[in-house]
Write a protein that binds this ligand. Structure first.
Ligand code: NAG
Ligand code: NAG
Ligand code: NAG
Length: 807
């Protein structure tokens, strides 16, 4: 079995010796081993880094490249690579970078030159020579040592997959020289891939496949922003950059500069053809994606290669068509899918006996898809679906047909760009007869489903997300460290059950019960980190919840979301492993009068942190995730009381193209939005509602729900038997909020903040979901960047409270 994923390795070989570091390489000096140049601001480093491809250590290949990366980012992220076509592999003599006698930069290894700059260098003799300097913006500049403006060569003129702040994308009108961004072949192979970004003659940034098919355009520059990217105007949020568009007689180009140069900002064309903008978060220790273009990964031309179906709802979005298997599973692991999939069984066409019963090729109908666009559907005279099928069968190169209102279309050769979409069309895929018969009895391992059956219902709601993860789950009997480099920041471990038994001392120290399982404390023996281990009990429910958790928090990371360290699935066992939160859950701190009382400042920090976590779930990830069960029990606190949202067992995914999702009711009474109860489809606003309810409990230090209130017997005089959320609305309108605050705080509160939190909470629990703010707005209210208005009374709650005593 091949090792699951091994991508760009953080090169331990080059652990920074941090000997101060210089930004200049002058002639007579060599850069080798783990020595590096560091820009004077410390932001960029230049040196040799290593990537590893392939699984079993025996046939894996180590490749050494010279490159530039973000010096302070622990996940090695090359922004430029020199010897893209010529990595140094194997061998005993390590490569060296030197300034050669003629002033050019040269990489040599094993006594041969493997890469060189091709600059035309004219120095005026007299001891003047060239130096290579890594500048503060990540540009490697080869220039005269005496005159910094005399530049012979610079890496900004030869970008790889990244457009750095200050670099140009564009063309020189005089020489015809084009500065374009080119994707890499795979996460291990730095050779140029098939996708590129360049500035068109009309002044739009275009993404191209094989320099021919344009699959995305930014729209033309209108003086302030590109037409299709209005976000650049800064009207809908803060801008992080200044933009420059220059069109003069010499050249036309676009570039950006960061307003805050200390920010680590990565704008690059990824292996699968999507342009990503992401920002390094020190807190999360991960990249946070700020945007992608095209937004839908399936919008990239041929992103999954031939004979695949692209499905935008998920982390792994490429699947082979029925009857096909991955051409190169190794390359797929590295996200190089240009090879796509190949037939398991050759077509029977051309065989003299092909009309023999049962041997003729058959068609498999693929429903709800966007038809392939590579081969023009050729028109013909077929007037029925049967005739259309005959037209296809009579031509050996025909691979599929479709018959619809427009008539009969047939496709020859490879099928590209087939995308799964709701209400899509039907394509009839030609397959060998044997292949069609085979399905009833067996499933091919190369296909989507793998070892775990996914219900059609789940697929429909866009749950299928991480087929990769499911595959891993299918294979997790042996323990591997799963380290998915980048997409969504996965770095989760597949544990062996026996190791978890050891780590938890045979599940002895129980921390509590979550949904569908119990949680135990444990300790990872390898690095003695404390972990919380959730063992799911009931087989059926547990399975569903297990997948929901792995698919949601397994692929996203945020400082306010609990971190999934790993999982285990061996036979019937399903276990999830999280980082341990020493301060337990929020309910212990706000509802229990014994022990320490959370100060107002900490409560406010918790309110803001939870809002940030939810805002990230709702708007920050590629698919919107609705948590569906926000309540104090699911908010954990770390040592410094930073809140972490936990328990994603109920979470729902909302594909980009859907605004709401129908699902069975889930969650906890007391935090449920009214639309749950009325049975309509839900939106992220159900979380906003629950969040509002939690905010009220944070303020008051007691449960909103009456059941718990009745147990607080001694202070019925000041709440008039009124349902707390309603009371808040009343007090807000009458302007006396001090009485709402948890009396255990003894009045030690910031009333201005209390007022703010009360207003936000009251907005969040509005009956009508469109009246509730988004979590992004909540964050802005709470961090003070915008002011909430006075909310109206939530009618439904008022009616409920006024009507009877609800209990
Ligand atoms: C190098 O510079 C010389 C003198 O300026 C010029 O004649 C020659 O064409 C240049 N060569 C290249 C490859 O640019
Ligand atoms: C430095 O180089 C630039 C560009 O080649 C040239 O214009 C300038 O005159 C040079 N300055 C000196 C002092 O040589
Ligand atoms: C650049 O300017 C020229 C001349 O004004 C104009 O013809 C051309 O369309 C412009 N190109 C872009 C990309 O704006």
């Amino acid at each position: 079995m091949r090792l699951l994923v091994l991508t760009v390795l953080l090169s331990s070989l080059h652990a920074l010796s941090s000997s101060g570091g210089t930004d200049t390489l002058s002639s007579g000096h060599a850069l080798a081993g783990d020595a590096r140049l560091v820009s004077s601001n410390g932001k960029f480093a230049l040196g040799f880094f290593q990537t590893t491809a392939g699984g079993k250590s025996s046939n894996s290949t180590l490749s050494l490249y010279l490159g530039i990366w973000f010096n302070k980012v622990p996940k090695l992220t090359p922004v430029w690579t020199a010897n893209v076509d010529n990595p140094v592999t194997g061998g005993t003599s390590p490569p060296e970078l030197v300034v050669s006698g003629d002033g050019n930069l040269i990489i040599s290894a094993h006594g041969t030159i493997i890469w060189r700059t091709q600059a035309n260098i004219t120095v005026d003799g007299d001891g003047d020579d060239t130096v290579a300097v890594l500048s503060d913006n990540g540009n490697l500049v080869l220039r005269s040592s005496s005159n910094a403006s005399d530049v012979f060569w610079q890496s900004f003129d030869h970008p790889t997959d990244t457009l750095l702040s200050g670099a140009k994308i564009g063309r020189n009108k005089v020489s015809g020289f084009i500065r374009r961004i080119v994707s890499r072949k795979s996460s291990a192979d730095q050779a140029p891939g098939v996708y590129s970004a360049e500035l068109s003659l009309l002044g739009a940034i275009e993404l191209l496949w094989r320099s021919s098919a344009v699959y995305w355009s930014s729209g033309t520059w209108n003086g302030r922003f590109f037409g299709s990217i209005p976000e650049m105007s800064g009207q809908s949020g803060p801008t992080l950059c200044n933009y420059t568009f220059v069109n003069n007689t010499q050249e036309v180009y676009f570039s950006y500069t960061l307003l805050d140069e200390s920010m680590i900002f990565h704008n690059f064309l990824d292996v699968s053809g999507q342009m990503h903008t992401r920002i390094w978060s020190d807190l999360a220790q991960d990249w946070i994606t700020a945007g992608t273009q095209p937004k839908d990964p399936c919008g990239v031309y041929a992103t999954c290669g031939p004979f695949t179906v692209c499905n935008g709802d998920g982390d792994t979005f490429c699947n082979c068509m029925k009857g096909f298997s991955e051409t190169s599973p190794e390359n797929w692991e590295l996200e190089d899918r240009t090879g796509g999939c190949i037939r398991n069984t050759p077509l029977n066409c051309g065989d003299a006996d092909r009309n023999q019963t049962g041997m003729a090729d058959k068609f498999y109908s693929m429903t709800n898809i966007r038809l392939p666009q590579n081969t023009e559907g050729s028109q013909n005279n077929a007037s029925s679906a049967d005739e259309c099928a005959q037209v296809c069968l009579s031509n050996c190169s025909c691979s599929a047909y479709s018959y619809a209102v427009g008539g009969c279309s047939i496709w020859h050769g490879e099928l590209l760009n087939v995308v799964a979409e709701d209400n899509g069309q039907t394509l009839y895929l030609r397959l060998a007869a044997k292949e069609v018969q085979g399905w009833k009895s067996k499933r091919r391992s190369g296909m989507v489903i793998g070892g775990v059956a996914i219900g059609a219902g789940i697929a429909l709601t866009g749950f299928i997300l991480a087929v990769v993860i499911l595959r891993r789950i299918g294979k997790c009997r042996s323990s591997h460290t799963v380290d998915k480099n980048d997409r969504g920041g996965i770095g989760i471990i597949a544990f062996r059950y026996i190791d978890l038994e050891r780590a938890t001392k045979n599940f002895s120290e129980k921390l509590g019960g979550g949904s569908f399982g119990s949680v135990f404390k444990g300790c990872l023996l390898s690095n003695s980190t404390a972990i919380a281990v959730k063992r799911l009990d009931c087989a059926h429910q547990g399975e569903k919840q297990f997948r929901a958790e792995v698919n949601s928090i397994g692929i996203i990371q945020h400082v306010n979301l609990v971190k999934l360290v790993g999982f285990c699935c061996e036979r019937g066992r399903r276990v999830l492993v999280y980082e341990h939160m020493p301060n337990g859950s929020l309910d212990h701190h706000i509802f229990q009068s014994h022990g320490m009382v959370l100060s107002w400042a900490i409560r406010y920090q918790i309110a803001l942190g939870v809002a940030r976590g939810l805002a990230y779930l709702h708007h920050g990830c590629r698919d919107c995730i609705i948590h569906c069960d926000i309540k104090p029990e699911n908010i954990l606190l770390d040592t410094s009381f930073v809140p972490k949202i936990a328990d994603f067992g109920m979470a729902k995914f909302l594909g980009r193209d859907f605004s709401r999702v129908v699902t069975t009711m889930r969650g906890t009474v007391g935090y449920l939005a009214p639309e749950w109860i009325s049975g309509t489809a839900i939106t992220p606003k159900v979380d906003v509602y629950s969040y509002g309810m939690v905010l009220l409990e944070i303020i008051s230090g007691r449960r909103n729900s009456r059941v718990d209130e009745s147990s607080r017997d001694d202070d019925d005089d000041d709440d008039h038997g009124c349902y707390f959320p309603v009371q808040v609305a009343h007090e807000l309108l009458s302007g006396s909020i001090a009485s709402l605050v948890d009396e255990n705080l003894l009045g030690d509160v910031n009333l201005e903040e209390v007022d703010r939190v009360c207003k936000v909470a009251c907005w969040c629990i509005q009956d009508n979901e469109s009246d509730r703010p988004t979590m992004g707005e909540v964050v802005r209210f709470l961090d003070g960047t915008s002011e909430p208005d006075m909310p109206p009374m939530p009618r439904l709650l008022n009616a409920m409270a006024g009507g009877s005593n609800l209990a």
